[in-house]
Design a protein around this ligand. Structure first.
Ligand SMILES: *Cc1c(COP(=O)(O)O)cnc(C)c1O
Length: 434
């Protein structure tokens, strides 16, 4: 498989190059040259395959010969070595719980695959790689955990100071060793811009072999399709196919779902559930794409005003709002509705939603009001305990911290403060060998 840049001005590269580069030299996102259709016989048999076997068959065409089969199978098996249960919430809505991995959020899947793939590639070369990543919370934790102790790979994380939860902050700032964390006095968009500028800076590129671990990296993006298939493996409703509601920020997760659908996964429609950062819902309604400044909300991992993966959705579905709306509906959900949803779903069904899943639930409920025969799956992207402040206030009781979080909360934090300016990041990176 080869990958081209969605900006259209660079040579085709294989999976290894695309992973190591992160972003194409013309600043575009990499996209697979073809999207392989799943063999119809295999589609009928998905239920009888193990998760690892199915995943190997799905990812193999995208990886090609860049990773040997045995190594790829091992990387995949390790990546998905935790349960992904589909839990009924109401008669119409089920939650695909993606938060049973080490950092309690779905980003573990992409980060674990990517860290292992990079570890494999760096084992084949002399030079160390530096992963530079901007995070609104969960990416950084998953990347820090995924890369912690991986030889030949250093990690630099930028997060917006004061805009992540207490648990996320601990996960970001306590890995030490090959992980260096900057607390930026700005928004996630500022962090993302600083990272983008760093990738374009010739001096930094001479000093570091830089790559990104944001969902723009194909090695993070592509494995996210896997759990949509795990949902289908568990789908019990004969004669119907699901609507999938995805809490969306940078739109990497939902773009991976659309990729799965293109390969043959049965899905009626995708719902892009957004918080008040509503660039895409507004675009689909008015035809105007007008990103502004990101607003801070309760679902902070979705506080993105200019979603970087939206171009992949256009590549998959088409360039016009009408073409996109054939398969995707976008909703804007306010913080007030998010809190109400957490409270009422807990009271009615004793199911605890995190703020991101609550946005997906609210959007799905609105859709189901006008489509009474539809059946929906929402993606539970984070464990509610990652957002204790918001969730406890909404349900009126304390959450039990899982045992695995207790030692983490005791560890001392280590980070460096940074103003929201690329020059400040550059000075840091030039002055010390990170
Ligand atoms: C990152 C994240 C999202 C948004 O995913 P995108 O791929 O950026 O759209 C949603 N929920 C949680 C908990 C996240 O960490």
């Amino acid at each position: 498989m080869r990958y081209y840049s969605l900006n259209g001005h660079t040579a085709l590269v294989d999976f290894r190059e695309a992973t190591l580069n992160g972003q194409a030299p013309d600043r575009g996102l990499y996209f697979p040259e073809q999207i392989p259709a799943l063999d119809p016989d295999l589609l009928k048999q998905t239920r009888y395959l193990s998760k690892a076997e199915l995943s190997f068959r799905l990812l193999k065409p995208f990886v090609g010969s860049a990773i040997e089969d045995a190594a790829l199978f091992r990387i995949i098996s390790e990546t998905i070595a935790f349960p992904v249960p589909m839990v009924p919430v109401t008669g119409l809505i089920q939650s695909l719980e993606l938060f049973h991995g080490p950092t309690l959020a779905f980003k573990d899947v992409g980060a674990r695959f990517m860290s292992r793939a990079l570890g494999y590639f760096s084992g084949l070369s002399e030079n160390s790689t530096t992963v530079l990543v901007a995070t609104s919370g969960d990416t950084g934790s998953a990347v820090a955990a995924g890369f912690s102790g991986v030889e030949g790979v250093n990690v630099i994380i930028l997060y917006p100071k004061g805009k992540v939860s207490s648990v996320q902050e601990k996960q970001l700032t306590t890995c030490g060793a090959n992980i260096k964390t900057f607390a930026v006095a700005g928004s996630f968009d500022d962090c993302q811009q600083m990272v983008k500028d760093a990738f374009m800076d010739q001096e930094l590129r001479r000093r570091y072999r830089l790559t990104s671990a944001n969902s723009i990296n194909v090695a993070r993006w592509l494995p996210q399709q896997l759990y949509y298939w795990f949902a289908w493996q568990q789908w019990q409703e004969e004669g119907s196919i699901p609507v999938m509601s995805v809490p969306s920020g940078n739109f990497g997760n939902i773009a991976a779902g659309l990729l799965a659908q293109k390969m043959g996964l049965p899905v009626t429609r995708f719902i892009a559930a957004c918080n008040s950062n509503d660039t895409v819902p507004v675009y689909l309604q008015t035809g105007k794409y007008q990103p502004g400044h990101a607003q801070a909300t309760l679902s902070n991992a979705m506080d993105v005003s200019n979603p970087s993966n939206f171009v992949r959705i256009q590549a998959l579905l088409g360039q016009s709002p009408a073409a996109i709306s054939k398969w995707l509906t976008a909703y804007r959900i306010s913080d007030a509705t998010t809190k109400d949803t957490i409270r009422s779903v807990y009271q009615q069904y004793q199911y605890i939603l995190d703020p991101h899943a609550a946005v997906a639930y609210a959007a799905l409920s609105q859709y189901l009001e006008t489509h009474p025969h539809a059946r929906g799956v929402l993606l539970g992207t984070a464990d509610p305990v990652k957002f204790p402040e918001v969730v406890e206030a909404a349900i009126g009781r304390q959450l039990t911290m899982p045992d695995k979080l207790l030692p983490l909360m005791q560890k001392p934090s280590q980070f460096t403060d940074l103003p929201p300016l690329f020059q400040a990041l550059k000075e840091q990176m030039m002055s010390e060998q990170i």
